[in-house]
Design a protein around this ligand. Sequence first.
Ligand code: SAH
Length: 240
Amino acid sequence: MDAAIEKSLKELCTVFLKENAMINLSAFRTEEACWVGNILDSLAFQDLELSPSPPTSALASLGSTVGKPAPSLKILDLGTGGGFPLLPLAIVNPEYKFTGMDATTKKIEAVKRIADAMHLTNIELIVGRAEDAGHDPKLREQFDVVLSRGVAEIATLLEYCAPFVKPKGHIVLWKSLHIAEELKNSMLARAELSSHLIKEHAYELPGNFGKRQLLVFEKASKLSGKYPRGNGEPKKNPLH
Ligand code: SAH
């Protein structure tokens, strides 16, 4: 890891732990637990090398990309809580534009204070519920990638996330390895929300954090306006 980036990530840990001591954002309360459980876990995303979803106009995709800088991605972290995976990924990918969303105002306020302390200029923050914000034309189908860690089961998460993703864009979910049942129960949600599982990326964290995985879904086409359903529905009544 680049030394300057590592220094920023260590500083993020320190700033985060100060906020965490004031309001409850995460169970990881020591530098070591925060470093592995929050920072390194978030950075597993870097292994995926996702590319931007193609432009909707065929003309816009013409022309050589040789010599041009790496394209920017628009990324949403849904249910960002205390700012993971949002904050570490915004530090290591300054060329990408990040949005963090959470239903809880005090968590978003804490993430704003952390982002300001870290002088991060590539992050926007929104207080909102996925079920409402997913119908907002300024957010609907606007993101290349939607991320979510520790928020809900897969069927519920696909209904939260898919409305924000551009067609051909991706959804990345942080999960444990023991999800056979959850995956089976997401078949209907995957079909209804045209979200196809394209990759299961397993990784291992040091110490007793152990093995985890990222699930990557590709959204094939635009969604029906009926998704997401109303407040609480995707969780109470998942598409099983
Ligand atoms: N991603 C963070 C936080 C996980 S806790 C981490 O991994 O540390 C789950 C978060 O999801 C909570 O902060 C909660 O407020 C948020 N959340 C749950 N349901 C939501 C919904 N429907 N819309 C927006 N945020 C939601």
